[in-house]
Design a protein around this ligand. Sequence first.
Ligand code: ATP
Ligand code: MG
Length: 583
Amino acid sequence: MSDAESIIKITYTYIAMAEKEMEETPEVKGLNFVEQIVWDDLQAGKNGGRLNTRFPPEPNGYLHIGHAKAICMDFGVAEKFGGTCNLRFDDTNPVKEDVEYVDSIREDIHWLGFDWGDREYYASDYFPQLYDLAVRLIKEGKAYVDDQTSEQIAEQKGSPTVPGVESPYRSRSVEENLDLFERMNAGEFDEGARVLRAKIDMASPNMHFRDPIMYRIIKHPHHRTGTKWNVYPMYDFAHGQSDYFEGVTHSICTLEFVVHRPLYEHFVKELADETYCPRQIEFNRLNLTYTVMSKRKLLQLVKEGLVAGWDDPRMPTISGMRRRGFTPQSIRNFIDKIGYTKYEALNSVSLLEHAVREDLNAVSTRVMAVMNPVKVVITNYPEDKVEMLEMENNPENPDAGTHEMPFSREIYIERDDFMENPPKKFFRLAPDGEVRLKGGYIIKCTGVKKDADGNIEEIYCTYDPDTRSGMPGSMRKVKGTLHWVSAAHAIDATARLYDRLFNVENPAAETDCDFRELLNPDSLKIQEGIKIEPYLAENSTPGAHFQFQRIGYFTPDKDSKDGNLVFNRTIALKDSWEKAQKK
Ligand code: ATP
Ligand code: MG
């Protein structure tokens, strides 16, 4: 069997193991397989009947929607069965970590609607205990200091079918190992000069058991512990033990950790007993079409200025989605819909967008804004008259109330909503044709004024005074209804129209080119001089959700200033991509 074949075989063995777990558990109705395992453990009285999960982000970037899936699981299962969930920052690599990330992670979890109370922990809190455990393992002959370079160590690893080679330093005396490890931490040696390795089995079929590295030297100040430590634990030596120190009962993570599970259990066994032992359970990652989820790539986009920061509304980050106008509920609904399984999948962003539209339809205030205005003069309407028309805030919600919108002799409508020579079935405004102004009168086109180049400058109409809401002619039917704003009262604003960040469905799978070449050059269009109704300008508070009627959902951006309001398009009313693909 070749190496590749045997890697595939081993991978399949793990998947089969995981699938068996999933099949064995669909018992209590409505529970996903993780909840079922947790439920069974609780029923069996494991860990004294306690349930404690944790969400363990590394503070080396902002959270993305994949993390939201993990958050919904970790906090959700604890909520469901009366347990608790810790927030634990997995801060074991000071080179990449920063307090900026810690703060953003806290904000994002709260925004999603979860709370960890006073259970905020840091892996760095356990550095002393981890160090003590390492010393104990050295004393018991279970760990040794290796002076080889990382390249030499990698070369000796072997392959799944070829056993590894033992390090020449493997049989060092306990005294020498203790002395060297202490001096590593005292800062006597350079980074990369030495590592501490677990002495397990260089011939194990699980590569993670071939004397894994426990500690490496890093001489970079840590955002919490400063320069106190010069050695830092590796993920595999920190995670399970941190779970144990914290009292975590169920350590839920993503499928790539399946192959780490035996090592997790190996180290945890050094601490746990039959009364309490944390358990790792894995589920499938969330992957989304037309974006990337790797923190490394997202950081690159930010650092190189290819997006306007971690919270750029095109980013798959939670902060980006918040700024874009997505609601926490819509993200949670989407995650509910895709569910938790043991199979990796690529989730369609259309499904997320559907969840966003569904929630925004229920919660957003209806307003009028004209994106590409052309003026309409209503020639039989008095010049100085203004009427206040009552507009429904949300037809989906009777409690949402109404607001007033001014109507006057000159209004703006969308340029696209008028055609001089319309095709059949054009139900908008055309010469001699009639349309209803949403919430107002029926108007009829009587003529146009053009500039020297033949562009339409103004459209002339008459209105039928009998057709306003509450009047006898209000029920008169015409085919088209247009949105509009009163020209004298309209306020200029800017709209940012976002589209997908990448041009291809799965940028991570395109290995022939750099992922940055796949960015969608039209992912942001800025439209200045849109005309909005006064009510919208007055109520444009951060985080508010609006439906610009017939256009889409919008939210005020943090770049808004008095005199220049900026709105982010959260999403268009319809999925134009899906339509284009069906054609
Ligand atoms: P890194 O490469 O920096 O480790 P990461 O995406 O794994 O990146 P972490 O901060 O370690 O980031 O992740 C915290 C938790 O979120 C982990 O338990 C991880 O399993 C989970 N997680 C990360 N990405 C996803 C995803 N796409 N879907 C579901 N869960 C995820
Ligand atoms: Mg990780």
